[in-house]
Design a binder for this molecule. Structure first.
Ligand code: GLC
Length: 614
């Protein structure tokens, strides 16, 4: 029955997208053949996993025991084999999902941190072979950790064999990309497009002398956008995805998801055809490898992101998971301003996510904090102005008086687009500056900020994700461009994990322990809370105080309330908060077991966050 539904989705959407092309029926039969072959080649242990996840463990990615960690294998542990040896470290932290960045073979030289893939069937040679990756995914699975890799499917490296054949003049492969003889058409598109990298890679097209043509390059010049109007592109990307699923990958992070389809006169973001493609990828993976989840990396305005999880009724499913980049940016906004009204307003305005889907809640990743999510093209009341965004950038660059942050602005020079801020969690939250000052009170305050942010992403409704090094409070890597003066500035916040034997002062060691064990405790507590299952809705509340953030997760008689003070002053939540929201029952704080009675009002010290349960 389910298979029939998936098959119908595949046929009807593909017919919609490509049915007008000659030979469509034969091509469609080939797609089903590819899926059949992939099922036949799927290793037994993965078929077993499919079976479990289709029957008794359907909600595995929604459960409160999910906790994600992302890393570059070399910076985390040397290579894939090294990662395998560090599984106990990950387990100690409570990790159940591991995102391996840049796992596939990138182009040599500059490659956008691995996001310019030269071969989808080979691994990053720095990390090991495909066999090593397969061994690692197998061992991770045995240890209850689901492996995730990036599936860069909006573009390939210009060094990929398809692009090379296109450069050599092969018309079949030229049609895999967007080539233009002169600048007229690119300019027409350009009129309505944004720029992703206005400083380091302006514009969306690049002129190549070799072919005497312009090529669509949304990101760097060496990342060539794929032409999904050509069904053969879909075929090849599907084949690659299914082959990797059979190597034991359980989650595909669909890179730059929002950009897949292009249409003149639009910004070529979030187009209906992009969503249709995602629905087909989802149906195909559900048929061929039902244990696998898709995760959208759609760094777009707040009101567009939930669409990547499919429609509200669950009739047109897309990705099971999606980064909540708007929550991430809003948390940093609130931390800078000490005011939660924008965050609360924005979150309240968003549609609830469909059942059976989950956010990835996070504070930092390998990219900058993109502030664009805080703007809105319908001018919502909560939306940030350009001036607000500039203020945020200044704050996180440490330029504002009283700023605790040590970050750097990223790609902000262009007048129309606004990118964001680079820096590690610890550097942006004030720990680096406090350590330099040596002031213990400042250090403790910075740790409180970090823990408050974590407590929110661990309870908000989704899989909390840690970027490598956060668990020990790593600072910015200011030497990132020593060897390569034009290195992408995002390397600032991608420091390598220090060697175990590296000597460090007792103060720093204690701080590292405090953060590590603080997170470990959170993971342990989270696991035991059925109300933190991703299907339990999150309701944003008005706390009656613009500095304190409040949300509740409710299911049947159960209730899980989170309160956080984003300001550097003690704050009072009025007693009306309890009466207005039906929260006058006795509540127990989950970290301390202390009893709370909100009908008396509540005082929260600076950067304090509590988890209250009825
Ligand atoms: C995604 C990645 C980012 C990369 C871009 C282009 O946004 O996270 O690092 O630069 O896609 O592939």
């Amino acid at each position: 029955m389910k298979n029939k539904k998936n098959k119908d989705v595949i046929s009807s959407i593909l017919r919609d997208l490509y049915g007008h092309l000659p030979g469509f029926d034969l091509w469609l039969a080939k797609i089903f053949e590819i899926i059949n072959v992939s099922v036949n080649q799927r290793p037994q242990y993965l078929l077993d996993l499919d079976n479990i996840r289709e029957t008794t463990d359907r909600d595995w990615y929604l459960k409160p025991d999910m906790m994600a960690y992302m890393c570059y294998a070399d910076r985390f542990a040397g290579d894939f084999k090294g990662v395998e040896k560090k599984i106990p470290y990950l387990k100690k932290l409570g990790v159940t999902y591991l995102h391996l960045l840049s796992a596939l073979k990138p182009r040599a030289g500059h490659n956008d941190g691995g996001f310019a893939v030269a071969d989808y069937y080979a691994t990053n040679p720095k990390y090991g072979s495909m066999d090593d990756l397969e061994n690692l995914t197998g061992t991770l699975k045995k240890n209850g950790i689901s492996p995730c890799i990036d599936f860069v499917f909006n573009h390939t490296a210009m060094d990929h064999v398809w692009a090379q054949k296109a450069i050599a003049g092969d018309p079949y492969y030229k049609d895999f990309y967007y080539f233009f003889d002169d600048e007229t058409v690119p300019q027409e598109y350009e009129n309505s497009l944004n720029e992703v990298l206005p400083e380091t890679s302006p514009g969306n097209f690049t002129y190549f002398e070799e072919t005497k043509s312009w090529v669509w390059t949304t990101f760097y010049y060496y990342q060539w956008d794929l032409n999904y109007k050509n069904p053969n592109v879909f075929t090849e990307m599907l084949k690659a995805m299914l082959s990797l699923a059979n190597k034991g990958i359980q989650v595909f992070r669909l890179d730059a998801t929002a950009y897949l389809w292009k249409k003149k006169g639009t910004n070529c973001l979030n187009l209906p055809e992009t969503h249709k493609l995602l629905q087909v990828f989802r149906a195909a993976i559900s048929l061929a490898a039902p244990a696998v989840c898709l995760k959208a990396e759609a760094i777009v305005g707040a009101r567009y992101i939930s669409k990547y999880l499919g429609d509200r009724e669950g009739k047109k499913p897309e990705c099971q998971l999606s980064y909540h980049n708007a929550l991430m940016a809003a948390l940093w906004d609130s931390l800078a301003t000490g005011n939660v009204l924008r965050m609360s307003g924005m979150l309240k305005s968003l549609p609830p996510k469909p059942l059976g889907t989950s956010w990835i809640t996070y504070l930092r990743c390998h990219d900058d904090i993109g502030w664009g999510a805080l703007t809105d093209d319908r001018k919502a009341s909560w939306a940030a102005s350009r001036e607000d965004l500039h203020k945020l950038n200044d704050f996180y660059e440490g330029k504002t008086e009283g700023s605790f942050a040590r970050g750097q602005a990223f790609q902000v020079s262009c007048k129309d687009v606004f990118h964001g801020t680079n820096g590690t969690l610890a550097s942006l939250a004030g720990l680096e500056k406090a350590m330099d000052s040596g002031n213990d009170a400042d250090i403790n305050t910075a740790i409180l900020r970090i823990m408050m942010l974590y407590k929110i992403i661990f309870s908000f409704g989704g899989i909390p994700l840690l970027f490598m090094g956060e668990e020990i409070g790593l600072f910015n890597d200011y030497a990132y461009n020593k060897l390569d003066p034009v290195a992408d500035a995002r390397w600032l916040h991608r420091p390598a994990l220090p060697d175990k034997n590296q000597k460090e002062g007792i103060k720093l060691r204690n701080i590292r322990r405090k953060i590590f064990y603080g997170i470990q405790k959170m993971t342990q507590l989270r696991k035991k809370q059925p109300l933190l299952h991703a299907d339990v809705p999150t309701i944003i509340l008005d706390s009656g105080n613009s500095h304190t953030f409040a949300f509740v997760r409710k299911y049947r008689a159960g209730l899980f309330l989170v309160l956080a003070n984003f300001s550097s002053e003690t704050q009072r939540i009025p007693s009306e908060f309890a009466t207005k929201n039906g929260l006058s029952m006795p509540l127990i704080e989950q970290f301390t077991d202390a009893g709370y009675d909100l009908s008396q009002g509540l005082t929260l010290t600076p950067y304090h966050c509590i988890w209250l349960k009825a």
